[in-house]
Design a protein around this ligand. Structure first.
Ligand SMILES: Nc1ncnc2c1ncn2[C@@H]1O[C@@H]2COP(=O)(O)O[C@H]3[C@@H](O)[C@H](n4cnc5c(N)ncnc54)O[C@@H]3COP(=O)(O)O[C@H]2[C@H]1O
Ligand SMILES: Nc1ncnc2c1ncn2[C@@H]1O[C@@H]2COP(=O)(O)O[C@H]3[C@@H](O)[C@H](n4cnc5c(N)ncnc54)O[C@@H]3COP(=O)(O)O[C@H]2[C@H]1O
Lengths: 141, 141
């Protein structure tokens, strides 16, 4: 095991860059967000504003929670609620220059975190899979 | 970094044991499965048969894919389809005695894997979070 090369990896070198990341916009109705999620196959994706600043995360869980009525899932309500009303804003983010340990800690409780620059612009996402792949490379004896 | 203690960890010591794992049964209708998923908050859970043998995994993605019609999500169809008809059966599993490296490799492409005994009985699940927490403990300098 050679620890130093692993620990010097940065978020920027491990992230999926923004053009490859499925996302939704702040003012999209949940109906549009759920279609994006089902078609992309992802359980949750970043929410950006019209300037591509990172604003939060929206997922199938919170969307379905919001339409679960007493008797049935009231899917018609999806066009009446916007992403900004229900998205999760308490989401940690990292910078491209952050090193491996910071990145590892950030994904312990989150399947992915967003990589943002100092002005809050969205650079990409750092996934648990990327972290686990690097560990697998370096931990081999 | 002390590699040996980390590499000697077994799936059994890191798993969430079966009584704490939300799951559904093979013959449940998708309507029941989706309710379990939304109420537990999990995006996917194991599918067991009536003898508690591990059979597959069911998640919100595949359920929603199955009811997405041309015009809308046809939620009424959820009571007509059973879990066994749509679940994902190509899911790796590990044994309680498997060591850390085997466990790490198994979660690179899967948020969780099931821990089963030699007869296929369900012992628990091994999550990416459990693996990442151990790495975080041992990788500290
Ligand atoms: N189309 C696909 N092809 C191959 N494998 C797939 C896949 N979709 C999902 N997976 C596998 O399932 C894991 C969980 O995906 P999930 O959508 O729940 O959770 C994902 C999703 O919420 C988000 N994510 C990943 N890639 C994304 C992208 N290109 N755009 C938007 N969000 C993404 O990051 C989370 C963690 O991703 P991670 O890669 O660690 O882990 C992924 C990956 O191992
Ligand atoms: N109620 C809760 N409290 C705190 N944190 C929560 C949570 N629900 C989800 N999370 C966080 O979100 C991650 C992804 O959850 P997800 O449901 O997509 O994906 C989960 C879910 O499909 C399954 N899973 C985890 N615990 C489970 C359980 N007790 N029963 C059934 N399935 C479980 O394993 C996957 C990976 O779990 P992991 O712990 O690595 O990663 C979890 C965890 O970090």
């Amino acid at each position: 095991i050679k620890p130093l090369p692993l620990l010097n990896l940065t978020a920027g070198s491990m992230m999926i860059s923004s053009e490859k990341v499925a996302h939704v916009q702040l003012n999209n109705p949940l109906e549009h967000a759920l279609l994006i999620l089902v078609k992309s196959g992802y359980s949750a994706v970043p929410v950006l504003d019209m300037h591509y600043k990172f604003k939060g995360i929206i997922g199938k869980t919170v969307i379905l929670n919001n339409v679960l009525g007493i008797e049935r899932f009231e899917m018609e309500r999806l066009s009446d609620i916007t992403v900004s009303e229900v998205m999760n804003v308490e989401v940690p983010s990292v910078k491209q220059s952050d090193h491996f340990l910071t990145c590892l800690k950030s994904v312990i409780d989150h399947p992915f975190v967003c990589v943002v620059d100092q002005d809050g612009y969205f650079d990409g996402i750092l996934t648990r899979r990327a972290i686990l792949k690097e560990m697998n490379k370096y931990i081999h004896i």
